[in-house]
Design a protein around this ligand. Structure first.
Ligand code: HEM
Length: 150
């Protein structure tokens, strides 16, 4: 579906512009689903500046609080079948990420949300569109896994 969309949208003008980016909606869903399933920053850290009541617990002032998008992006009460790769969960009808506040935090959230969020999405859209327009890809077998340094 993404390949067809790229071929259709880029067909006439292979150099993407702002209009092209807007029209690559399925590519956008795919990128957002990758953000959800494999967030680049798996841990966001804050320090409490005052006592905070949360879920029946008190987090004292001065404590480290860690939020993991890698965990919250897989909550069943927020996402349908969270372990399934399903880019269409972001389409205009379903909008799963808009059902709860801060459900998608691959770029953080609130006042410190990534200021480069839109820039990163636009850049990635262009790079991926150009790659898929120029080259045919196939899945590696076995799948390539990132090697974590210990
Ligand atoms: C795929 C690319 C990127 C990812 C996954 C990403 C992710 C993030 C995340 C998760 C945060 C929040 C950190 C936190 O809450 O502790 C953040 C903050 C930030 N990002 Fe990005 N980022 C990306 C690209 C960029 C780009 C391209 C720029 C600049 C052009 C940028 C500038 C910033 C800045 C300035 C902040 C700090 C905002 C603040 O504290 O108020 N990021 N980013």
């Amino acid at each position: 579906m993404v390949q067809q969309e790229i071929d259709r949208v880029l067909g006439a003008t292979p150099l993407p512009d702002a209009g092209t980016i807007r029209n690559l909606t399925h590519l956008g869903y795919v990128m957002t689903e990758v953000e959800r399933m494999q967030p680049a920053a798996s841990l966001l850290i804050r320090v409490t500046t005052e006592d905070v009541e949360l879920g029946g617990y008190t987090i004292p002032k001065g404590w480290l609080v860690m939020h993991s998008p890698a965990v919250s992006h897989r909550l069943e009460r927020v996402w349908s079948h969270p372990d399934d790769y399903d880019p269409e969960r972001f389409n205009a009808e379903r909008q799963e990420h808009r059902q709860h506040a801060f459900s998608l935090t691959g770029f953080g959230g609130g006042m410190h949300k990534c200021t480069g969020h839109k820039f990163a999405y636009n850049e990635l859209t262009i790079v991926l569109a150009m790659l898929f327009y120029e080259y045919a890809f196939e899945l590696a077998d076995p799948p390539v896994r990132p090697r974590r340094l210990s």
